[in-house]
Write a protein that binds this ligand. Structure first.
Ligand SMILES: Nc1nc2c(ncn2[C@@H]2O[C@H](COP(=O)(O)OP(=O)(O)OP(=O)(O)O)[C@@H](O)[C@H]2O)c(=O)[nH]1
Ligand SMILES: [Mg+2]
Length: 288
């Protein structure tokens, strides 16, 4: 016992520590269970069939089921009934058995459901949450899409720096990001994952748009600072001319939509990308 502490506070401390250990242990068992029961089965099958280790990956809220089902239907009929890749669904909240049943009923391939670890969907300790809240409540921002949504910011941060660390993705080389409300309008008669691998591609997108400047007031200046401090990460054959019309002085707001991206997981795990994400995250841009 710590000198001068009462029995009560000592007991509280023990209870709190043992609760935390219990919760960590339960999380670990849940993840192990999820992983063993679905992902490894799917990976073994791909290994056996000599297929690229790839999966659909969908971050979704259970409440979006009505816009998710048509998405699943088109991907399955336009592509996946021919090629047979597994699916992974994740959320910040546990999916209900009913949701899982409905989804499994629509997908004959292997399907896994996972919860996002708390530390990937919460405030890091260097973020001033009061300041973040004040910014969300600033009425002068009211014309900006999602300006007052807290979950939107967690989503952006998760999709930028954490999804690829989800245990259900362990062992995969490629994923295809799927969002509810998206659809494929023509048949895909070749295996896009195999194509990515055969051609040594790391990232694919279908659509580019102009960004709303008001949603990213500090992104370009932060990026410039990062690049100045880390010139070693700039690739020689980079796409600077795609995102800037003046050799990098300003950002032209051109960006590719991540909604349909197909990418190699190790691209996000690279040192250059990890350091870039950490830099943006520590500057607070996702929340401020
Ligand atoms: N589980 C979970 N998923 C979320 C949450 N917020 C967003 N998502 C998912 O994250 C993805 C992107 O969210 P959207 O709201 O579509 O954001 P967006 O694509 O930037 O915006 P839109 O252009 O309006 O589609 C979608 O797959 C959503 O289902 C959330 O709070 N919880
Ligand atoms: Mg969307």
């Amino acid at each position: 016992m710590i000198k001068g502490e009462s029995d009560d506070s000592y007991n509280n401390l023990i209870t709190s520590v043992s609760n935390q250990i219990n919760s960590l242990y339960n999380d670990y068992i849940t993840k192990l269970y999820e992983y063993n029961n679905s992902t490894s089965e799917a990976l073994d099958a791909m290994e056996e069939d000599n297929k690229v280790k790839a999966t659909f990956f969908c971050l979704v809220r259970e409440s979006e089921i009505d816009s998710l089902l048509p998405t699943i239907r088109t991907i399955q009929t336009r592509f996946n009934n021919k090629f047979g890749y597994p699916w992974i669904f994740v959320s910040d909240e546990e999916f209900s058995d009913n949701f899982k049943e409905i989804i499994r009923d629509k997908i004959p391939q292997n399907v896994s459901f996972g919860v996002i670890p708390k530390e990937h969907w919460s405030y890091p300790d260097w973020i001033d949450q009061k300041k973040a809240e004040e910014i969300r409540n600033d009425k002068s921002m009211s014309g900006i899409p999602y300006f007052n949504s807290e979950s939107y910011r967690h989503m952006c941060r998760y999709e930028s720096g954490f999804f690829y660390r989800h245990p259900l993705l362990n062992g995969y080389e490629y994923y295809w990001r799927v969002e509810p409300d998206t659809q494929i309008f023509c048949d895909l008669d070749y295996d896009v994952f195999q194509w990515m691998k055969d051609n040594d591609k790391k990232y694919g997108f279908t659509l580019t748009m102009r960004e709303f400047p008001a949603t990213i007031p500090s992104l370009w200046s932060s990026t410039q600072t990062f690049l100045k401090e880390n010139p070693q990460y700039i690739a020689e054959d980079n796409l600077l001319n795609f995102i800037s019309n003046d050799e990098g002085k300003t950002y032209n707001m051109c960006h590719f939509w991540t909604n349909f991206e197909i990418a190699a997981i190790d691209f996000w795990e690279s040192e250059a990308y990890s350091k870039y994400f950490e830099f943006l995250d520590h500057n607070g841009g996702f929340f401020f």
